[in-house]
Design a protein around this ligand. Structure first.
Ligand SMILES: CC(C)(COP(=O)(O)OP(=O)(O)OC[C@H]1O[C@@H](n2cnc3c(N)ncnc32)[C@H](O)[C@@H]1OP(=O)(O)O)[C@@H](O)C(=O)NCCC(=O)NCCS
Length: 188
């Protein structure tokens, strides 16, 4: 059994029905929806649809997605979530995305969660490479990905028409070998 993934203050498991109310509430926050693929009118039925489509496996199959809940380990309160996408076109390659409710931001929670998820993907998932993409204007996301040890390796200028404008996307990535050597530096 792979889940829960844990640190002293966090617990990560696949998203569940009990998370729905809090999950929907922060997806309706304009400052969060601005950067993500949903709109602030995201509702209970959207969450139910997403939950119904979740795989029962510990990690998604090639081409699939898995939504993980990031919870306070002691109170079980939902703080945010992370999506794991197993790329169809590239072997052993995953893409991740993360969202925290605004009250849980600026405490290092996202960094801690991303590191835990990277450990998970490179061990249980036997990933070779993990990637993430963000809008070039999303400073908090860029800082998070670099803090987690990811390398900025691409900028696609005005590549996508998103929410009424052309946006520039930055690509980040980390290899298993880089993650392992990063970990050994921090935990001699
Ligand atoms: C992207 C997102 C998850 C980043 O969250 P975050 O809270 O800024 O990231 P972290 O958890 O790593 O916290 C870092 C901040 O906490 C501070 N911090 C406080 N206590 C800390 C601790 N114990 N350890 C580490 N950092 C700590 C850091 O100094 C840093 O502060 P800063 O934001 O002023 O630089 C958040 O902005 C978000 O949900 N945005 C909307 C969705 C989104 O854009 N997702 C990105 C798609 S990839």
């Amino acid at each position: 059994v792979t889940y829960p993934l844990q640190t002293a203050r966090l617990e990560i498991t696949p998203l569940e029905g009990r998370d729905t109310e809090t999950f929907v509430r922060y997806r309706q926050d304009d400052d969060i929806a601005r950067w993500q693929g949903w709109d602030p009118n995201y509702g209970i039925s959207d969450a139910a649809e997403l939950l119904a489509a979740q795989p029962s496996t510990d990690l998604p199959e090639r081409g699939g997605w898995l939504q993980l809940a990031i919870r306070d380990r002691h109170s079980a309160t939902l703080l945010g979530d992370a999506a794991i996408h197993c790329l169809d076109e590239l072997a052993d390659t995953y893409e991740i995305g993360i969202t925290l409710a605004s009250a849980s931001q600026h405490q290092g929670i996202a960094s801690e969660a991303v590191k835990l998820i990277l450990d998970h993907l490179f061990s249980a998932g036997n990933a070779h490479r993990v990637t993430a993409n963000c809008d070039a204007r999303n400073i908090a996301a860029a800082r998070l990905l670099v803090r987690a040890g990811m390398r900025k390796e691409s900028r696609q200028v005005e590549v996508e028409f998103f929410k009424g404008e052309w946006i520039t996307l930055d690509g980040y990535a980390i290899l298993k070998s880089e993650h392992l050597s990063e970990g050994s530096k921090k935990c001699p």
